[in-house]
Structure formats: C-alpha cells, structure tokens
Design a protein around this ligand. Sequence first.
Ligand code: C5P
Length: 281
Amino acid sequence: MTKLLTLNAYAKLNIGLRVLGLRKDGFHELHTHMHTIDLCDELTFQKTKSSVEIDIVPVTDIPLEKNLIYKAIRLFQQKSKIDQNVQCKLTKVIPMGAGLGGGSSDAAATLVALNQLFDTNYSNNTLAEWGAGLGSDIPFFIEGGFACAKGRGEILRTLDSPYQDHTFVVIIPSIECSTPEVFKAWDEFADSMSIHDVSCEQMDSQNDLQASACRRYPKLKAYEKLIQSAPTNLKGMSGSGSSWYVGFTNEREAKAYQTQLQSLQLEAHIHCVKAITTTKE
Ligand code: C5P
C-alpha cells in the first residue's frame, strides 16, 4: 500500500514588526518577532506514478503552478534530483492574505514532508535555505517556535518564548491583504524620520506596516479601533494584515473576549489559539 504522510502546517503571529527601509533588491529590511500558534492547515502526501496533484478543501481557483505547495514540490525534486511525483491533499484553515503565513507554512511543511517521504535526510538548515528562495518567511516555518527574524525575514535567531502560556484571540477579517501592496503603501507614505530599529529585548507589539495596511485597505481601520480598546497591552496586527491579535495570560479571559467579539457580528473569523514552541506531534 502507498504510504500516506500527514502533517500540520501552523500559522504564525508577528508580535512586533519594524520596517527598516527599502533594499536594492526590492525587498524591505525587517526586524520582527514571530510566534507559531496552534491554528493550522492539514496536508497529506503520497507518492504517485502520475503527475503532481494538489486537492484543496475548500476548493480554490489558484492555478496549480502558482500554488506554493506545487513550487515547493518542484524545488525539492530539482534539489534532490528525485523525479517521482507526489499527490497532496490540503485542508485549508488559515486564510490567504491574512498575515498569518498560511501559504509559506504549507510550503515549509511540503519540504519537510518530502524529506521524510523520500528518506533524504536533509537538515532543517538546508530545507530553510531552499525555502528562502520561495518566500521570505518559509525558513521560519521549517522549525517554528519563537524567533527573531531579520533581513527579508529569513535570517533567524530562536528565542525563549515569553508567551508559552498565553492564549491569543486572533481576529481574521474577510479582507485579503496583498503583501506587495502593503509594502508599496509603506514606500509611499512612511516618514523616514520614524524609521528606527530596537534591540530584541525592546521589541514590543508595534507593527510598522499597520498604518500602510489601513491606508491601502480602509476597512481595516475599524479593527484597529476595536483592538485599541481590548483589555490587554499585548495586541497588534500580524504581518502585512489583515489579522489582529490580542494576547492574554489567562485563558478564561481570552475566551470571554472572544465571546464578546463574536456578539458584534463582525465580518471576521475569531479564533482562540495557543502560542506553541514545538510543531512536532
Ligand atoms: O518573500 P515573499 O514572497 O513572501 O514576499 C512577497 C512580497 O512581499 C515581495 O515580492 C515583496 O513585494 C514584499 N516583501 C518585501 N520585503 C520583505 C518581504 C516581502 O518587500 N522583507
């Protein structure tokens, strides 16, 4: 019987993000802290003698060649010189354009899965190096946990998490943010006087992309206002939006806040999630 391999691809939150400038290669120099959370997609792989297939639930209209899972499969085949194809079934929970890294996490999980399926034993560092060519935050998702990321987001330093026992209420508006568009808005409107880095220890939940995301997607302003009145100080926007988080040390208070938000009938999904430091099941 053909071996099936199932993995979870976890989402992340950016707890603090500084944009330090536009680089010559068109990317932006960043300093951010990323934390894995237990919201996840599920991917199942198996080898096949026919062509690559990706079966997505719920169905989407993304062309196969544009799917990051497909790109990760092709990248793995090219690097490992293995030409056997695989089939993938993806159960999608992390929405696109939410700033939670769903697509990147799927791609990272694909590299990890194929490494196991073909017994190739590549190190996580090697998979991260390959993944960086596909997307800036794919290296983070190879191991996950809590890390400081610099450069494009691919230069990582693992940190001890101060959020291990925290519960986060994550608000995912039905607004899909384009990361390039939000960075473009930052290029147009950021005030160079306000650009400054902080040390790792001083990183707070400020996100320098927040104003640009709200300018490009004005409907986000309502969520910005909403979380201003949230009952903790650990709160902000994740990545380039559209998601927002509010962190609690007490799970019961987090659940109460989730219930309170649910009663507002927002056009948003509201999840209560745990910050996790290991993605090994
Ligand atoms: O690396 P990734 O494919 O996720 O980036 C998507 C887009 O986001 C890039 O093409 C770029 O426009 C923008 N980006 C950026 N600076 C970064 C990361 C992403 O400008 N550090």
